[in-house]
Design a protein around this ligand. Structure first.
Ligand code: NAD
Length: 481
């Protein structure tokens, strides 16, 4: 059952008003298969109203707010979010099937994004540029205007924090389209933002289907920038729609990220990162370390130790706070199962046991570790987005780089070695938006620019860098003699 909420979860938030939708969709608890509540099935008209409300906010109170006051508002929101961490975590656990302590970490992360971008709002400067005699030239960083945010279901709070947080800091007005599978924390965050004093229309939330509300938002001519996180196929559709309106778009489309273990790695140190970066959120993580590349002399040791870790993990309903919850939906379970059906030829190293008490209607998939796997096998090439990792042996440093770079993606890579020169060489040669040396993920890294190359997407969110993406540069050349 849902906890009490300060809003009706079937409503949309447009221009500061909670509105009843024309139609609704059921929101399912993936741990049990129960319907949690009805949510809005936002229409293109709702998107249009939200874009108009955002533009009105830009033309009014929000547009007139100083950077300092925008920052204070975000910082206040961060504090309010921290006061509601337990409720937000509960909502995310029920909605996403994310184990409670992982959901709690996401709630703390969205507060941290508000704090970070609140502090940064008044620190984005233009430049003065030496030019011809008699001129003064300078640049201004300005908001794009109305920004559209299409968010997936796997990390709603984290992704809203990094994109909406940075967009608001720069003075944009946002229209947020959360995923149809998980939108409760988006609504709760927007409700808390009102409490923090965010002016009406600065953040509008329109839940709904991708092909309806999502497509309408990406094609809307009143939107000046789009931020999308999700699948490659949908990212391509969003980019095409953005292209028709000639607006910039940031795409974060997942990956097939490797962690590379050399002979001299400290395995005790590495082991939790190897396993958890694959199984966190049941493997439904864009930066999941779904490939583990292991230098041949330590392959058997790594395989044994990771297998033992897999067998010791727990699976269960999110509210029981196991290590691994269900997948988001039966659709996603079917997708992952279809991948596993192509793995008959692979050596299965370990499975995590499933308790007999699991709710029968939950979307659970048994976590599996495979190895050795050939680098060109489908399970080593495609994003599975489930609790599945493959171990790939390699011989030399050059082999490791070739295999690591041998997919269509390039989001994150991890390198485990004590050899400093090798660390530097690997960091340079890996085709990846982020490289972690003797760690993976750096504990979330709100401050660290994040994004991919290749099919992982383009543009950077998180860190200070995101503020440049969510703003545009104006050059002013004054001739005064
Ligand atoms: P998706 O890309 O279809 O959905 C992500 C978001 O886009 C949702 O809000 C959805 O409503 C919206 N959307 C869908 N179609 C749209 C359209 N035509 N125009 C505009 N918006 C649209 O992802 P999915 O179908 O939920 O998941 C499928 C696969 O995508 C997963 O198995 C996984 O491989 C990948 N995925 C990646 C991430 C990531 O973090 N990079 C997140 C979710 C899913």
């Amino acid at each position: 059952m849902l906890p009490d909420l300060p809003f009706d979860p079937s409503h949309l938030l447009i221009g500061g008003n909670w509105r009843a939708p024309d139609a609704t969709l059921p929101l399912i608890n993936p741990s049990t298969g129960d319907t949690l509540c009805q949510i809005a099935r936002g229409t293109p008209d709702d998107i249009d109203a939200a874009v108009t409300a955002a533009q009105t906010a830009l033309d009014g109170a929000w547009g007139q707010m100083t950077a300092l006051d925008r920052g204070r508002c975000l910082a206040r929101l961060g504090h309010i979010v921290l006061d509601h961490v337990d409720l937000l975590a509960q909502l995310e656990a029920l909605d996403v099937g994310k184990p409670l302590s992982q959901a709690r970490a996401d709630a703390i992360a969205i507060a941290r994004y508000c704090e970070f971008y609140g502090g940064a709002a008044d620190k984005v400067h233009g430049q003065t540029i030496p030019y011809l005699d008699g001129y003064t030239v300078y640049t201004l960083r300005e908001p794009h205007g109305v920004t559209g945010h299409i968010v997936p279901w796997n990390y709603p709070m984290q992704i809203i924090g990094r994109s909406v947080g940075a967009a608001l800091a720069m003075g944009n007005a946002c229209v947020l389209k959360p995923a149809e599978d998980a939108c409760l924390t988006a609504l709760m965050f927007a409700s808390l933002a009102r409490e923090a004093g965010l002016p009406d229309g600065a953040l509008n939330v329109v839940p709904g289907l991708g092909l309806e509300a999502g497509a309408a938002l990406s094609a809307h001519p009143g939107v000046h920038h789009l931020s999308f996180t999700g699948s490659v196929r949908t990212g391509q559709a969003v980019q095409k729609a953005a292209g028709a309106n000639v607006v910039p778009v940031t795409l974060e489309l997942g990956g097939k990220s490797p962690q590379i273990i050399f002979n001299d790695a400290d395995l005790d140190d590495a082991l939790p990162f190897l396993v958890n970066a694959g199984l966190q959120n049941a493997g439904q993580t864009c930066s999941a370390a779904s490939r583990i590349l292991v230098q041949r002399p330590v392959f058997d040791t790594v395989a044994e130790r990771m297998s033992a870790a897999y067998r010791a993990k727990t699976v269960g309903p999110a509210m029981d706070d196991p290590d691994i919850g269900p997948l988001i939906s039966h659709t996603q379970k079917d997708r992952v199962t279809a991948f596993l059906d192509t793995a008959d030829d692979l050596a299965l190293l370990a499975k995590t046991p499933l308790p007999e008490t699991l709710p029968t209607q939950g979307a659970y998939v048994q976590p599996r570790l495979f190895g050795p796997v050939a680098p060109d096998h489908r399970l080593a090439q495609d994003e599975i987005f489930g609790p599945v990792q493959v171990l790939i042996p390699f011989d030399t440093e050059d082999d490791a780089i070739r295999i690591a770079n041998g997919t269509a993606y390039g989001l994150v890579a991890g390198v485990w070695t004590q050899n400093g020169a090798r660390q530097m060489r690997m960091a340079k040669k890996l085709r990846s938006g982020q490289v972690f040396i003797n760690n993976y993920g750096a504990g979330g890294g709100v401050e660290l620019p994040f994004g991919g190359i290749g099919k992982s997407g383009h543009g950077r969110e998180k860190g200070f860098e995101a503020l440049y993406g969510f703003s545009t540069l104006k050059t002013v050349a004054a001739r005064h003699g």
